[in-house]
Each structure stands twice: as structure tokens, then as C-alpha cells.
Write a protein that binds this ligand. Structure first.
Ligand code: SF4
Ligand code: SF4
Length: 354
């Protein structure tokens, strides 16, 4: 059984900006927001013994104001590590950054993940990123920059480190992610070629890092393609059904297959077995883009039940073997199966964070 390690809550799909690559179609006009009592009740139903981290993301979580503070307080005081993902729109000056971030720090926040990349630049000045970064560090939070990159991106990890300034010898933490052309990016950014650092391999988020969408769908993974039926564990979650829905997901052969092999390998298997043409691997931007291509190909989707019928023992036996060997964690499986693609770790920000 895949072990739950993190849980993400998409608290809102409202966002002050409208990035061209946004997988979730967030914008100032998007009104989907979870009620605070629903967020709190969901946190109260999360298994404390296995869930390490609760991540509050969106959309822009800081738009929740005091409700975000209540949610972080609830999660951290129940024993979870907590992370907030933000575009730092609020950090126009150091005083405001300090005001907003110290309130969260006082409520028990552990980590701040700041989104920045080419697609943010037309809306947010880098000075806001710098203000939020150094203020969070001064408050003792772990902090990292989340950088989405395509082949033609002008913002690289080195450039971000340089622009952050401060002690440039310190190993600033940059968490990179390849551009997956899903959501708005599917229409706006087809011309952006896959990043050399794309990830194609076993998916270490599915089942290990489920999410609750701002539309109240319980998703099997962090949710870059939240409307994909096969990845929805509950269409309209009642918090008291959370554990039953997660357990149902853990029993799913399809989700376990994605965890073990990843969506592109499944496409290849189906293509070979049923002679269905698929896109060349060189054209695919990353795992979530592959997942989107898999689940939007009606011919491939129609064959999935037959494929699962053909090789259930292989999937179940492999999981059992890995469990017996004690290497059922997503990180361990990645190290077994990773190909030449670079694996980018979005799990807990390392302890050696400066
Ligand atoms: S990518 Fe992030 S910052 Fe940009 S619109 Fe989406 S939620 Fe907002
Ligand atoms: S590869 Fe698929 S299952 Fe994994 S995180 Fe991406 S969308 Fe979710």
C-alpha cells in the first residue's frame, strides 16, 4: 500500500494574477474557494500518524486573510508540518511582508514556497519575491522558490539566486519543475518546448500526496489535471468520508500502476499491446502532461480496463515485493525506476535550507 506523506488543500482558485501557464485556470475572476469550516474539518480528519505535511496552495492562499492563519494553526497544532505556497503579491515592501508572514509564523507555519518564473514577471516585481524570501528567513521559516521552466525560459535557478542577493554563497533552495502543458498552458504555451529537466517516470505524488481541490473534489494527486475523472477519489467530499475515499484510492490498480510506472510508460504499454499510436516521448513536457495526454485519448482510455484485467497480479505482486523489501516510499521507487530524466523533488524542503 502506498503511504500517504502529504496532503495539499487548494484553498481557493482566486488569484490576483492570471499566469499564462496556470494549470488550474486561477485568476481574479475565479471564485472557487473552500469555506474555512470545511478546510478545518478536513484537517481534523487527516491521519496524523502518516501525513507529514499539509500544504495550503491555490490560487493564492494569502487571499484568505485570517482564515489562512486559522487553517495553518489547526494543522500545525494537530502535529502536521505546514507549508503555504504563494506568489508573494502582498510583499510590496518589507513592512507588509513582515506583517503578513509573522502572523503565519506565529500560528505555527513551517515552510513558505514562493512561486516565480517567466510567467509571473508581467504581474509581480521580483522585489516582492526578495522581500518575502528574506522576511521568511528572518522569521526562521524554511523557504524555497518554486520555478517552472520550459526550454525557452529566461529565469533559471542561477538567475534567481543571483537576484535574491544577500549571502550568495548560501545554498539557496530552488525547487524546479518542468512546464507541463496542461490547463491554461495547453492553449497558451504549446510553442514552449519541453524543459531538459522534465520528469517522466513513476509518479511519486499519486496516492502519496493527494489533494482537496477548491471545487471540493478529493484528488488522488497534487492535482495539475483536476478535472480528470480517473484521478478523482470523491466528487464532493464530506470530511468524514476522507479516510474511506483515500483507502479506496489506495486499492485502485490503475493508480498503483501510475505510482509504479508513470503515465508515459502506461501509454507505451497500451500502445504496444493494442497498436494505438501515441505522441513521441521527446514531445512530452512532463509526467502530468503525459497523464493529461493519456486520459484524453479515448482509444487508450477504452483499453485501460482490459489492460488492468490482464496484469493485475503483476501490479499487486510488485507492490507486495517492494513492501516486503521495505522500499515502498515514493523516493525509493523513484530511485529504482528513474531513467535519464532529472527528478525534481517537491517534497519537504531539505533541512540544510540556509
Ligand atoms: S500559476 Fe499561481 S500565481 Fe499564477 S495564476 Fe495560477 S495560482 Fe496564480
Ligand atoms: S502524473 Fe498524473 S497522477 Fe501523477 S501528479 Fe501528475 S497528474 Fe497526478
Amino acid at each position: 500500500m502506498v503511504i500517504l506523506t502529504g496532503f495539499a488543500i487548494h484553498v481557493t482558485y482566486a488569484c490576483p494574477i492570471t499566469c499564462a501557464h496556470c494549470a488550474l485556470y486561477c485568476s481574479p475572476k475565479n471564485r472557487f474557494t473552500l469555506p474555512i469550516n470545511h478546510i478545518l474539518e478536513t484537517i481534523r480528519n487527516l491521519p496524523v500518524s502518516t501525513t507529514k505535511m499539509v500544504t495550503f496552495t491555490g490560487g493564492e492562499p494569502f487571499l484568505l486573510g485570517r482564515d489562512l492563519i486559522s487553517a495553518v494553526y489547526e494543522a500545525s497544532h494537530r502535529g502536521f508540518m505546514t507549508r503555504v505556497v504563494t506568489n508573494a503579491y502582498f510583499a510590496e515592501d518589507l513592512a507588509t511582508a513582515s506583517n503578513r508572514l509573522s502572523a503565519l509564523s506565529n500560528s505555527g507555519l513551517h515552510e513558505l514556497l514562493i512561486s516565480w518564473d517567466d510567467y509571473h514577471t508581467q504581474y509581480i516585481p521580483f522585489a516582492s519575491i526578495r522581500n518575502a524570501y528574506w522576511t521568511a528567513k528572518d522569521l526562521g521559516l524554511k523557504v524555497a522558490i518554486y520555478l517552472v521552466q520550459a526550454s525557452n525560459s529566461s529565469w533559471t535557478a542561477e538567475r534567481v539566486k543571483h537576484e535574491l542577493g544577500g549571502d550568495t554563497s548560501a545554498p539557496h533552495i530552488i525547487i524546479g519543475s518542468p512546464l507541463n502543458r496542461t490547463g491554461r498552458a495547453e492553449y497558451n504555451l504549446q510553442h514552449a518546448g519541453p524543459s531538459a529537466k522534465r520528469v517522466l517516470g513513476p509518479c511519486h505524488y499519486v496516492l502519496a500526496g493527494p489533494a482537496l481541490s477548491a471545487k471540493n473534489k478529493l484528488l488522488a494527486c497534487c492535482g495539475l489535471i483536476p478535472e480528470t475523472k480517473a484521478l478523482v477519489l470523491d466528487q464532493n467530499l464530506e470530511p468524514n468520508r476522507l479516510n474511506a475515499a483515500l483507502e479506496k484510492g489506495r486499492q485502485s490498480l490503475l493508480l498503483n500502476w501510475i505510482f509504479l510506472r508513470g503515465p508515459y510508460a502506461i501509454m507505451e504499454w497500451l500502445s504496444k499491446r493494442y497498436r494505438i499510436p501515441i505522441i513521441d516521448i521527446k514531445e512530452v513536457g512532463g509526467n502530468c502532461e503525459a497523464c493529461h495526454l493519456l486520459f484524453n485519448n479515448k482509444r487508450l482510455v477504452s483499453k485501460i480496463p482490459y489492460a488492468l484485467n490482464e496484469n493485475p497480479d503483476e501490479i499487486v505482486d510488485e507492490l507486495q515485493l517492494l513492501r516486503n523489501l521495505g522500499i515502498i516510499t515514493p523516493e525509493a521507487i523513484l530511485s529504482l525506476w528513474k531513467d535519464s530524466s532529472t527528478i525534481l523533488d517537491m517534497s519537504i524542503i531539505p533541512d540544510n535550507s540556509p
